[in-house]
Design a protein around this ligand. Structure first.
Ligand code: ADP
Ligand code: MG
Length: 295
């Protein structure tokens, strides 16, 4: 379990993380979502005890990361943002270097090379690899010590669509055995991989929901266009549902679509002697819901 309690971090007068608390249960794959500058990377560096927080507590697998950062790091695999690698090294050489840091036997190298699909490339220099394969090397380095927890900071940013699918599939594989926290600013990424979503905005936690609950925020909206102008107040009082006017008095929006709206609109148009010239239902995407929480 990862427990984050009341974590705050300022850089000078820049507030990066503002009193954030959440916990992640064993085996969960959690998407850590937020716009650029929200505080995702800062929070992930703190969990990995890469930087310290100003206040708060983080426990990973029961270990207080500020009291025993070495012990915690043994349990955590961390892929930093932009995946810093020693590109002049060969893949194997680099993984040997990482294995040395963790003081683990080199036999682990073959295991991760296979796990991350690097077998064919394993004798290449890192600088000669495509971005997708570099990302695999980053993932191999992150899991070489067989950690229970994976902290992945924007693991698919900058990859082409095929590479994105490949890396997502790898992460899904890891997610079967490990507890994963992965950051992204793309909602579809969370849909594709995660059980739960945590959204931060301006350093504050704004959503912590499992994906199914989050989807329920996701209702359809609808829009009507009349052939004549009608006052908002009249429409509102006749229909008794929440109505939003747009720039013309002919077009109105409803926050939620229900079949009863259509019936009410027909009755209304009869009574007012006007015609409905358009009625459109719009699906609200998870992207839209994300935007509602972060703008
Ligand atoms: P995200 O990963 O969500 O894009 P970050 O955690 O990188 O967000 O950044 C959160 C805020 O903290 C931003 O306003 C960023 O400019 C600021 N910040 C991050 N790192 C530093 C730093 N080393 N010094 C000063 N400000 C920083
Ligand atoms: Mg970041």
């Amino acid at each position: 379990m990862i427990e984050v309690k009341n974590i705050s971090k300022n850089y000078g007068d820049q507030i990066a993380v503002n009193n954030v608390s959440f916990s992640i249960q064993q085996g969960e794959v959690v998407g850590f979502l937020g716009p650029n500058g929200a505080g995702k990377s800062t929070m992930m560096k703190i969990i990995n005890s890469y930087i310290s927080s100003d206040v708060g507590v983080v426990r990973v697998g029961g270990i207080d990361i500020f009291e025993d950062s070495v012990g915690a790091k043994r349990k955590i695999g961390y892929l930093p943002e932009n995946n810093p690698l020693y590109t002049e090294m060969y893949i194997r050489e680099y993984l040997e270097y990482v294995a040395d840091i963790y003081k683990i036997p080199f036999s682990a190298i073959d295991v991760v090379i296979k796990q991350t699909g690097l077998t064919k490339e394993s004798n290449k220099k890192i600088s000669d690899l495509s971005k997708g394969y570099k990302q695999r090397v980053g993932l191999a380095a992150a899991i070489i010590h067989n950690p229970d927890y994976l902290i992945l900071d924007e693991p698919t940013t900058g990859l082409d669509p095929n590479q994105i699918v490949e890396i997502r599939n790898l992460i899904k594989e890891f997610g079967k055995e490990k507890t994963v926290l992965l950051s992204t600013h793309i909602m579809q990424e969370v849909e594709a991989m995660c059980d739960r979503v945590i959204i931060i905005n301006n350093g504050k936690l704004v959503v912590d929901e499992n994906l199914d609950n989050f989807r329920e925020e996701d209702t359809d909206t609808c829009r009507v266009v009349f052939d004549k102008e009608i006052e908002l107040e009249i429409l509102q009082s006749e229909l008794k549902v929440e109505v939003f006017s747009s720039n013309s008095k002919k077009t109105y929006k409803f926050k939620h679509y229900e079949k009863s709206i259509l019936k009410k609109l027909y009755e209304f148009s009869e009574k007012q002697n006007i015609n409905i010239i358009e009625f459109k239902v719009s699906k609200k995407s998870l992207e839209d819901t994300f935007r509602e929480f972060t703008t």
